[in-house]
Ligand binder design. Structure first.
Ligand code: 6GU
Length: 243
């Protein structure tokens, strides 16, 4: 899968996505990440990419021309019009299910805005998806593009090894993850739960399921309405709800 990120700060993108699992996936050729510098496409002789908003008001607006030409350089390379995501707090909130859906694309374009926004006419022309990463305001779309790239890339088949496979993790089945422990068995007088040392795989599995359900009930009860719960799970929830 190929990520094409249209940005005024290409060095920020490359630096943030070149390590760990995503770095390995790039090395192995399973994904590619191209940061396209919008400033390289301006026809303004002073390399300007923004201007005052019509109608007045604070701040500057990113102009249509350099954004459009940067986008066109990508579509000329791909030979079709890939989905183009504009990162904006006004978009649909990004989720794990959206990450899985985007991971099925061959190419994905991200447009990172700055200043007070991007000329609406170029958005109408090129953007297919308006996406936010949460209800808070950031100074630009680069961090959201990096967040989305990480979440999407790890859902591309082969990017996670068997060890790290994306099943059974947080939000898989709408439940939070159970707690993990490693050696030593006692640290600062704190014991690892006995059941994990028992070697009884059935008991371990049941304990982990309980922990997942209880954590979700405590921290994210809103997720439970979407969760696939067993009769056991429901009993556990009711028992802990009464208290
Ligand atoms: Cl996608 N962009 C900006 N600038 N701020 C945000 C955001 C995006 N998502 C949440 N806050």
């Amino acid at each position: 899968m190929n990520f094409h990120i249209l940005t005024l700060f290409p060095e920020m993108i490359q630096a943030g996505l070149n390590t760990s699992i995503i770095g390995r996936a790039i090395q192995q050729g399973m994904i590619s990440i191209h940061a396209v510098n919008i400033r390289d496409y301006t026809i303004d002789r002073h390399k300007k990419v923004d201007d005052y908003p019509y109608g007045g008001g604070a701040g500057m607006v990113m102009q249509a021309q350099p954004v459009y030409d940067a986008w066109k350089s990508v579509t000329e390379q791909t030979g079709y019009r890939p989905r183009c995501v504009y990162l904006t707090p006004q978009g649909r909130t990004f989720s794990q299910s959206m990450a899985k859906e985007f991971a099925r694309e061959q190419d994905l374009i991200f447009l990172c805005g700055h200043y007070e926004g991007v000329d609406e006419r170029v958005l109408e022309e090129i953007v297919t998806d308006f996406v936010s990463i949460g209800d808070y305001v950031l100074t630009g779309g680069e961090l959201p593009a990096m967040v989305m790239t990480d979440a999407i890339a790890r859902m591309v088949p082969g990017v996670l090894g068997n060890e790290e496979s994306g099943t059974g993790e947080s939000f898989e089945g709408s439940l939070l993850e159970y707690p993990q422990y490693s050696r030593p068995a006692v640290w600062q007088e704190k014991q690892v739960p006995d059941v994990l040392l028992s070697g009884d795989h059935k008991k371990v599995e049941a304990w982990r399921r309980e922990q997942s359900v209880l954590r979700t009930l405590k921290s994210r009860p809103d997720l439970l309405s979407e969760a696939e719960l067993t009769l056991q799970d429901v009993r556990l929830i009711l028992n802990n709800h009464k208290k």
